[in-house]
Design a protein around this ligand. Structure first.
Ligand code: SF4
Length: 502
């Protein structure tokens, strides 16, 4: 949609239709992977791509998390495509990369609008606005529609201040926010993400599945929001914003699942923060999936206190194969400290029901929690042994920006946080526990050792991986190579532990 007489703008655009370059940046670019990592498609960026295209803009989406784009290739693409708008998107741990690419985009394309987007841009816009910053604007909270409106305003020469849901730099330093945009209640009216962009084998979740044929992963969010106040939880760890729950209709979700099936997906990960938070709605969705005759396998994550045996059996009947739970701790005192609002008994029940329903079980634990002692951590290890998961991950308490802990207790010191080091999987950035850091690291290695090397875990692990081996040889070889690397690192005294695949 070209316009012969465009409005005069700072960026001197010649058309009302923009070329938009959406770039998701990996957290640890140019660093060899130490262990298998899930790579999930950036579906909200996919929705933004769809919204932008629906408005007549030309979109390129590049996701460096897939590992298929080297930095110089992305730079060459920017040179070649010369987009009008460059959106760099990533989480807190990607901050150094976001800043680096922002500068590159500004140098290559002095007239382009350079946008910061994603969880860190929401939690700490100030990190993007400084003397000589390459960024013109940052999106805030849910960014799909603000991004589309922002591009629209830019190409029409309208002031960016007219777009709700943005942070803008101030000439004298700092930033201001435009009026907040209410979180969208009616999620059914959002277009589906452009899933075509994400149908590639690099998008993979290493959780066990029951898929014997080729595993082609799709990603769906059926709800947004989480009303819980967990102390460590920030947008960097969550998939959605806001405490208020917002749900899509069963029909809308099954339409998207059918679309994914048509594209060739064989297994879908439901990215909801708490998939089963509304029991009746989950049952209705399972019923709709069955009535629609969808033959997809799917996985999800939820809370241990949001399941029961009947619900899990209904999920199994509707194609669910794996459920993940954030168990975090086996110490009732630490669960209180973490404001988890869950008991050890909830975790044990959920694990037993998950197994009884015929589902695979993935669990996550946290060490080094505020005030935690060695005996608290022993309780967590003992609980993990009783739960006996198919796969686990043991991380460290980390004060991510945006978490209640960061906002209430750590904001001041947080100014000195090194985002390059903010991985809760294998580093202790700041230690709030009563256990020395070396001891925490040793305990993590022991935790993995005692679970992974148990004959039952090992036998089940091998059985699960072998199930889809012939049809997924490439992915499984990568998984085994990285798992072996991880095992070597984690089990060798004196070496830094890495995260177990999750
Ligand atoms: S950890 Fe889970 S339950 Fe707790 S606040 Fe985060 S998303 Fe919600």
């Amino acid at each position: 949609m070209s316009q012969p007489n465009p409005p005069a703008t700072d960026h001197a655009l010649r058309t009302f239709s923009a070329r938009v370059f959406l770039l998701r940046l990996a957290s640890w670019a140019d660093i060899a992977k130490a262990h298998p990592e899930n790579v999930m498609a950036p579906i909200k960026l996919g929705t933004a791509a769809r919204l932008l295209e629906d408005r007549g803009h030309r979109v390129t989406l590049v996701d460096t998390e897939t590992g298929v784009y080297r930095r110089d290739e992305v730079v060459n693409m920017l040179r070649r495509e010369r987009p009008d708008v460059v959106v760099v998107h990533g989480i807190t741990t990607a901050l150094p990369n976001l800043l680096r690419f922002g500068r590159t985009a500004r140098e290559l394309l002095p007239d382009a609008l350079v946008v910061a987007s994603g969880q860190h841009a929401t939690a700490r816009p100030q990190d993007f606005f400084f003397q000589g910053s390459p960024f013109d604007v940052a999106t805030q909270v849910e960014y799909e529609e603000p991004l589309a409106d922002l591009v629209e305003a830019h190409v029409r020469g309208a002031p960016l201040q007219s777009v709700a849901g943005l942070a803008l730099p101030e000439p004298a330093g700092g930033f201001t926010r435009t009026p907040p945009r209410p979180l969208r209640d009616d999620l059914d009216t959002l277009p589906f993400p452009k899933h075509e962009l994400f149908m590639r084998e690099e998008y993979t979740v290493f959780h066990p599945t029951d898929v014997r044929g080729p595993r082609r992963w799709g990603f769906v969010m059926t709800s947004r929001g989480c009303p819980y106040p967990c102390l460590y939880c920030s947008p960097t760890l969550r998939n959605s914003y806001g405490r208020k729950m917002r749900f899509r209709s069963a029909e809308n979700v099954t339409d998207e699942l059918a679309y994914l099936a048509r594209l060739g997906a064989t297994v879908v990960h439901m990215k909801d923060d708490i998939f089963t938070i509304d029991r009746e709605r989950t049952l209705a969705l399972c019923d709709a999936i069955q009535r629609r005759g969808l033959r997809l396998s799917w996985t999800c994550q939820t809370r241990a206190d949001c399941v029961d045996l009947e619900l899990l059996k209904a999920m199994r009947a509707a194609g669910c194969c794996t459920v993940s739970y954030g168990i975090e701790s086996g110490s009732p005192r630490i669960l209180e400290v973490l404001r988890k609002r869950e008991s050890v008994e909830d975790s044990l029940n959920a694990a037993a029901w998950t197994r009884a329903a015929g589902l695979h079980l993935v669990t996550f634990y946290l060490l080094g929690n505020p005030t935690e002692t060695l005996s608290d951590m022993e309780m967590t290890l003992a609980l993990a042994k009783r739960i006996d998961p198919d796969l686990l991950q043991v991380g460290f308490f980390t004060p991510y920006p945006g978490s209640p802990f960061y906002e209430e207790q750590y904001r001041e010191q947080g100014e000195s946080l090194d985002p390059d080091d903010l991985s809760h999987y294998n580093r202790v950035q700041v230690n709030f526990s009563a256990v020395p850091t070396d001891e925490l690291m040793r305990f993590q290695r022991r935790f993995y050792r005692e679970i992974i090397l148990s004959p039952r875990f090992a036998a089940r692990f091998a059985r699960n991986r072998l199930r889809g081996l012939p049809a997924n040889l490439g992915a499984e070889m990568r998984f085994f190579r990285l798992s072996a690397k991880f095992l070597l690192k984690s089990l060798t005294p004196g070496r830094k532990a890495a995260a177990v695949p999750s």
